[in-house]
Write a new protein. Structure first.
Ligand SMILES: Nc1ncnc2c1ncn2[C@@H]1O[C@H](COP(=O)(O)OP(=O)(O)O)[C@@H](O)[C@H]1O
Ligand SMILES: [Mg+2]
Length: 604
């Protein structure tokens, strides 16, 4: 039952994708049909020429054709004006050329429109899928679904689906013409066909697994190159060039051997199926010749019959390939359907806009990532409105997870406690509104491969350079940027490699400051800057904080000592809660960390 609804959904998906391109494909199918018809006509003209124009057999042509011939003077006239027959062949050839041209044009229009629709739809969906979905799925895999799977589907629609009409027309018409000329010979010609088709089908199934293996290994090879490019520093620093080269060589040699194997298989198939086809033609030619002598088959019929027989072989061979390609398209549809059936983020009906200037309250929050052990256990605390809350805790204690939950990047399941802002449970809140009002600097800031000013000003479309500079000044970034030759127009390299860790963090802080949100969160955002800059940024930030509710996460006591309240998180539980002065003397985790860090000479 589930399978049935699934395949119905997939069919609907393909139809939805075809919305803008259906008409183009319809025209291209009609053109393909016309071209196949033209193919079918030429042998008829030649047959008539041989039998009725050159020879003097009784003509048995359709009535309209006979009338036309009578009109221009009958077969006698045609005999003295053979050019007319040649012109008829030319006219048919022109029809074929025109229909092939229109097939190509409309097929390309259709398939490009189809690909565009698919890309747009998928990207649109991916943009709205929950953060947790993105964390669960590998980027490379998603990209592959949006590129090569789309390509497979495009090829299926533009080549297989349109091709199947052409093949059907050629098969049916060839057989009809052949039957009308000689039923017995047609039977003899058709008998080996299922054999050729089965052979082609079984071959294409085998070669498909070989192709898949090639694809898989191409992926491995490019992953290796990509890893070496991004990890170039590690490779150089540890002198791993030789090992990496050897690894690459082995993979590359294997990959090449796979393609050579495919080429061998293909050559074997084409030569053996050519042989089979040749054998079938041999039978038809030989038996046909015997029939000419014994049963009085006319020369024209014989020539036309052999032409149609030749046209039969190609579709039969193609049919095997198509059936095997269809299952390949099936896999791609599955993979695309997986993205389309994933549930996008959505709010409960009538979402509420909470009072973002109110207290932020975590009450008995317990949380575990999917299929993982519990990360947070019974966490309760309040970040008071307009105050600064510090969160201290070792790596992996769940600090970032707390902030992901607050920003609704992960949903807190019912019954696992509540998180509220200004008294509103965030489960009921308008997610977009909530996120717009929480400025967050993530632990690992991500910078786009754009200019510094674009990276800072990404939060709003109407931001001025002056706003950007002001934010950068407060994040202690302006001086650094002004030293670059192109200032704020400096392009940040791929993944921001031209900036140091601390500079990236400061860019992310400046980005947040441009937002002027009532809630600000700094998740370990000053870890990569020295203590002096840390203090400088904090002082500048305090000016910005104004009435905002601020949460600062850090493992450095100096960063937190000025907070109005500090909580200490230990293995997902609140271990301590108080002000710096209280915790410093409480003899707990905080005071131990305080002592060890002040021992290092850090100014507190
Ligand atoms: N998406 C995830 N899926 C599964 N486990 C995760 C995920 N993100 C973080 N974790 C785990 O949750 C724990 C807490 O992580 P985190 O909140 O980032 O800690 P902190 O910020 O305190 O260093 C870690 O053990 C980490 O491995
Ligand atoms: Mg963290």
């Amino acid at each position: 039952m589930k399978d049935k609804t699934q395949s119905k959904e997939k069919r609907r998906l393909v139809f939805d994708f075809l919305k803008g391109s259906k008409l183009f494909f319809a025209v291209s199918i009609l053109s393909a049909a016309l071209s196949a018809l033209a193919d079918m006509l030429t042998p008829q003209i030649i047959r008539t020429t041989i039998d009725n124009v050159i020879g003097s057999e009784e003509a048995s042509l359709p009535a309209p054709v006979m009338r036309l011939i009578e009109k221009i003077g009958g077969f006698g006239y045609l005999k003295t004006h053979m050019i007319i027959m040649a012109l008829a062949v030319l006219a048919v050839a022109l029809i074929k050329v025109a229909s092939q041209y229109s097939f190509r044009v409309y097929n390309t229009k259709g398939s490009e429109t189809l690909v565009k629709t698919m890309r747009d739809t998928l990207f649109h969906r991916i943009e709205r899928l929950p953060f947790s979905w993105h964390m669960k799925n590998k980027t490379g895999d998603i990209i592959q679904r949006c590129t090569s799977d789309i390509d497979t589907l495009r090829n299926f629609v533009s080549e297989q689906m349109t091709g199947i009409f052409r093949i059907a027309i050629m098969l049916v018409l060839s057989i009809i013409f052949m039957l009308s000329m000689d039923p017995l010979l047609t039977l003899i010609a058709i008998i080996p066909m299922p054999l050729i088709m089965l052979y082609s089908l079984s071959f294409h199934k085998t070669v498909r697994t070989q192709f898949e293996k090639c694809d898989e290994n191409e992926g491995k090879l490019s992953a290796m190159v990509q890893e070496n490019l991004t990890g170039v520093r590690v490779v150089r620093a540890f002198g791993r060039e030789k090992t990496e080269l050897d690894r690459f060589n082995t993979q590359n040699t294997y990959y090449t051997s796979l393609w050579v194997r495919v080429a061998h298989s293909l050559s074997r198939f084409w030569s053996s199926s050519d042989f089979l086809a040749g054998f079938q033609i041999l039978i038809v030619v030989a038996v046909g010749a015997v029939f000419c002598v014994k049963r009085g088959t006319t020369a024209g019929d014989y020539v036309a019959f052999i032409s149609y027989n030749g046209m039969l072989i190609w579709p039969v061979r193609m049919l095997g390939r198509m059936i095997s390609e269809m299952s390949k398209a099936g896999v791609s549809i599955d993979r695309i359907h997986y993205i389309m059936k994933s549930e996008p983020e959505h709010d409960l009906p009538d979402p509420v806009k909470p009072d973002m200037t109110g207290d932020i309250r975590f009450e008995h929050v317990t949380f575990a990532y999917e299929n993982c052990p519990e990360i947070l256990t019974d966490v309760s605390f309040t970040a008071e409105s307009g105050k600064t809350l510090g969160i201290l805790g070792g790596t992996g204690s769940g600090k970032s997870t707390l902030m992901f939950l607050l920003d609704k990047l992960y949903d807190l399941p019912e019954g696992n406690g509540t998180i509220s802002i200004g008294g509103t449970d965030i489960r009921l809140a308008d997610t977009r509104y909530l996120r717009e009002n929480i400025g967050m600097v993530l632990q690992e800031p991500y910078l786009f491969s754009r200019t510094i000013s674009e990276n800072i000003g990404i939060t709003s479309e109407h931001i001025t350079l002056e706003d950007i500079r002001e934010a950068a000044r407060d994040a202690c970034l302006d001086d650094t940027v002004m030293q670059f030759a192109q200032g704020y127009e400096t392009k940040v390299g791929e993944r921001g490699v031209t900036l140091s860790g601390g500079q990236k963090q400061r860019t992310a802080i400046a980005r947040m400051l441009t937002q002027k949100t009532p809630v600000m969160i700094l998740d370990d955002s000053l870890s990569a800057v020295d203590t002096e800059t840390d203090a400088k940024i904090r002082r500048a930030l305090e000016k910005h904080f104004g009435g905002a509710t601020v949460i600062i996460i850090s493992h450095r006591i100096t960063t937190l000592s000025h907070c109005d309240r500090i909580i200490v998180l230990d293995k997902g539980r609140i271990a301590e809660n108080g002000t710096h002065d209280e915790l410093k003397c409480a003899g707990g985790l905080y005071s131990r960390i305080y002592e060890s860090q002040s021992g290092l000479g850090e100014e507190v």
